[in-house]
Design a protein around this ligand. Structure first.
Ligand SMILES: *[C@@H]1O[C@H](CO)[C@@H](O)[C@H](O)[C@H]1NC(C)=O
Ligand SMILES: *[C@@H]1O[C@H](CO)[C@@H](O)[C@H](O)[C@H]1NC(C)=O
Length: 277
C-alpha cells in the first residue's frame, strides 16, 4: 500500500478567510487529490484481487501469549457471513497485533471483510478500533475517505485520525496522540470495491462502479457489519468523511433515513453526519 510522505492534519479543517491561506489549502487539497488518484490507479486495476489475510501481513507478535495464537488459527467451519457464523467471524476478525505494532494496544481492534454481493463475490474491507475507555458508552462513527479511490485504512486510519501511524522506517507503528477513537468507536471502510483491500471477484465491477452502487454497498456493509457486531445495533451512529466522501456521506445518510422509514428494514440509529474538505 502506498503511503504519502508528508504530514496531513488530523482534525476537520476550519474555514479560513484570508486569500493566501485559502490558496495554500487549495494546493493541499489538489496534492491530496492527486495522491488519492495514485492510490485509485493502483487500487482499481483490472485484475480481481483476492482477500488478504491480516495474519499474512503480521510482522510483530512479540507480546502475544501462546494460547491466543491457538484460538486465532482455528480453521473456519463456514465462509458464510450471515447468521450464526457472524459470532465466529467477529472473533476471527479480532486483531492480535497490527503488522509492526510494537506495544500492546489498550483498546480492541478488528479488521476483515463484509460481503456486499455474494453473487458477484464483492466484499468491503473494514478496520475497527474501539475506544480505549468505556467503549460501550461511546458512539459508533463510520469514516470514509474520498477520491474516489482513496483508502480509508491507508490514508484515513494510518495517516489522519486512526490510533496508529507508520514510523519513517516504513515498518513499525507508533500511537497517535489525537486519534479519534479516544472519543468514539471508529469504523473505517474501504469503498468502493477496488479501493484498498476491498475487492470483487467479478472484474466488470471495477468498471461499472459509481455513486449509486457505492451507496448501496455502504448500506449493505453497514447492516451486515451490525449483524456481526450486535452490541452496536442500538448505538448512536455518525457518518463522517472527507473530500469525495462529501458524496458518500449524505447519500448514505439519505438511504439510511428512507430505509429506516420503510417497514421491516433494519433501523440504524443515525444521529448526525460530518464532512471535511
Ligand atoms: C472470491 O473468490 C475467492 C477465491 O475463490 C473466495 O475465497 C472468496 O470467498 C470470494 N469472495 C467473495 C466475497 O465471495
Ligand atoms: C519509506 O518509504 C518512502 C516512500 O516510498 C521512501 O521514500 C523512504 O526511503 C522509505 N524509507 C525507508 C527507511 O525505507
Amino acid at each position: 500500500m502506498k503511503i504519502g510522505q508528508w504530514q496531513h492534519s488530523t482534525g476537520p479543517r476550519t474555514h479560513m478567510h484570508t486569500l493566501p491561506i485559502k490558496m495554500k489549502r487549495g494546493l493541499l487539497v489538489v496534492l491530496w487529490s492527486l495522491f488519492c488518484l495514485c492510490v485509485a490507479d493502483t487500487a482499481t486495476g483490472n485484475k480481481p484481487k483476492h482477500p488478504i489475510e491480516f495474519d499474512q501481513l503480521e510482522i510483530s507478535r512479540k507480546y502475544v501469549p501462546a494460547k491466543q495464537h491457538a484460538s486465532a488459527s482455528k480453521s473456519p467451519s463456514s465462509s458464510s457471513v450471515h447468521g450464526g457464523s457472524q459470532d465466529y467471524q467477529r472473533k476471527r476478525d479480532k486483531i492480535i497485533a497490527m503488522p509492526g505494532q510494537m506495544e500492546e494496544a489498550e483498546f480492541t481492534q478488528y479488521a476483515g471483510y463484509v460481503t456486499v454481493d455474494a453473487n458477484a463475490g464483492r466484499a468491503l474491507f473494514y478496520y475497527f478500533a474501539e475506544a480505549p475507555q468505556d467503549p460501550s458508552n461511546k458512539p459508533l462513527v463510520l469514516w470514509m475517505n474520498g477520491g474516489p479511490g482513496c483508502s480509508s485504512f491507508g490514508a484515513g486510519a494510518m495517516l489522519e485520525l486512526g490510533p496508529f501511524s507508520v514510523h519513517s522506517d516504513n515498518k513499525t507503528l507508533y500511537k497517535k496522540k489525537h486519534a479519534w477513537n479516544t472519543v468514539a468507536n471508529m469504523l473505517f471502510v474501504e469503498i468502493p470495491a477496488g479501493v484498498g483491500y476491498s475487492y470483487s471477484n467479478t472484474t466488470s465491477d471495477y468498471h461499472n462502479t459509481g455513486d449509486k452502487r457505492s451507496t448501496d454497498d455502504a448500506y449493505t456493509f453497514l447492516v451486515n457489519w451490525l449483524e456481526r457486531f450486535p452490541k452496536y445495533r442500538d448505538r448512536d451512529f455518525f457518518i463522517t468523511g472527507e473530500s469525495y466522501a462529501g458524496h458518500y456521506v449524505p447519500e448514505l445518510a439519505n438511504l439510511i433515513i428512507s430505509n429506516n422509514r420503510a417497514r421491516g428494514a433494519t433501523n440504524v440509529k443515525l444521529k448526525g453526519v460530518a464532512v471535511s474538505v
